[in-house]
Design a protein around this ligand. Structure first.
Ligand SMILES: [Zn+2]
Ligand SMILES: [Zn+2]
Length: 286
């Protein structure tokens, strides 16, 4: 391993306070973490007090954690066919961007959405326009929204690079939009990156459609389900159907050296499972 600081870590709980995620992440050897800034299954959020934000920022500054990213609530669906849900999702997204800004979190990962009945094209435009509007609503914020690559389960959108490129094309400020590449989702969506040749082909395709400069984060998860299954089931690194070579190529790819790589593998209360997965990932560094 060279002395470059790789940004590796896991999604961690903020129960007990935002700063707790930093402390727990430091304990298990993370240099990057992901958190929810509010309950991921509720619309309502509790205001972040100034002292909470200060404690979080100070704890982070004095820790080995060099990057924190946030994941938006699972309830947000900007692509819904119901106007009420669209509007609620839009306001929730603005709220989450503001929360990230208060906590000095540069990236907010968002599931693009699901359309109940509209055409895919119209849904992609709708999602892009709502993200664009939310960025314009938060002009002073330094937080960038990252669209997550999806598995394509049901009518969920964002499982092809072309779809993500279409969403990005609707957004005016390209400095505040990016992509989070989830290895489990992308594999289940049908993109193979398990051999050197397939890996190069997949990332060349990403570059040609979206542009590699938009790739700002990875979710590193193995997959319980096979290539092109369109089923999203995370697995521990090495126990699923994506091979170790694929993870080795990602963590050592010079193009992604400064891109945070976050595990979302099965979680245990004592953090042992996160620790094990992180050690496995770190062991792949050359
Ligand atoms: Zn996600
Ligand atoms: Zn993910």
């Amino acid at each position: 391993m060279n002395n470059h600081t790789h940004l590796l870590g896991a999604h961690l709980s903020v129960s007990g306070g935002f700063f707790n995620a930093i402390e727990n992440g430091s304990k298990i050897g993370c240099t990057a973490i992901q958190i929810f800034t509010k309950s991921n299954r509720q619309w309502a959020s509790k205001k972040i007090s100034q002292s909470e934000a200060e404690l979080f920022i100070k704890t982070k500054r004095n820790s080995p954690i060099k990057m924190v990213i946030a994941h938006a609530s699972y309830l947000i669906n900007l692509g819904s066919s119901t106007v009420g849900v669209q509007e609620r999702s839009y306001h929730a997204l603005v709220d989450e961007i503001n929360r990230c800004h208060e906590l000095e979190i540069p990236y907010l990962v968002l599931h693009p959405g699901t359309s109940e009945k509209d055409s895919q094209e119209a849904t992609l435009e709708l999602i892009g326009d709502y993200i664009d509007k939310s960025l314009k609503e938060t002009p002073g914020s330094l937080t960038t929204v990252l669209i997550e690559t999806m598995a394509g389960q049901g009518r969920s959108i964002g499982h092809t690079f072309e779809q993500i490129a279409k969403i990005i094309s609707r957004i005016e400020d390209k400095n505040r939009i990016g992509v989070c590449f989830d290895t489990c989702h992308t594999f289940a969506a049908g993109y193979d990156f398990t051999s050197a040749e397939k890996y190069e082909k997949t990332f060349a395709h990403f570059d040609a459609t979206i542009g590699l400069k938009f790739l700002k984060a990875f979710h590193i998860n193995d997959s319980k389900k096979e290539l092109n299954s369109h089923v999203d089931r995370h697995e521990n690194i090495g126990d699923g159907l994506i091979n170790i070579q694929a993870f080795m190529m990602i963590v050592n790819d010079a193009r992604f050296l400064n891109v945070p790589k976050i595990l979302e593998t099965p979680h245990s209360e004592d953090l042992e499972n996160d620790k094990r997965n992180l050690e496995k990932l770190a062991s792949l560094l050359k």
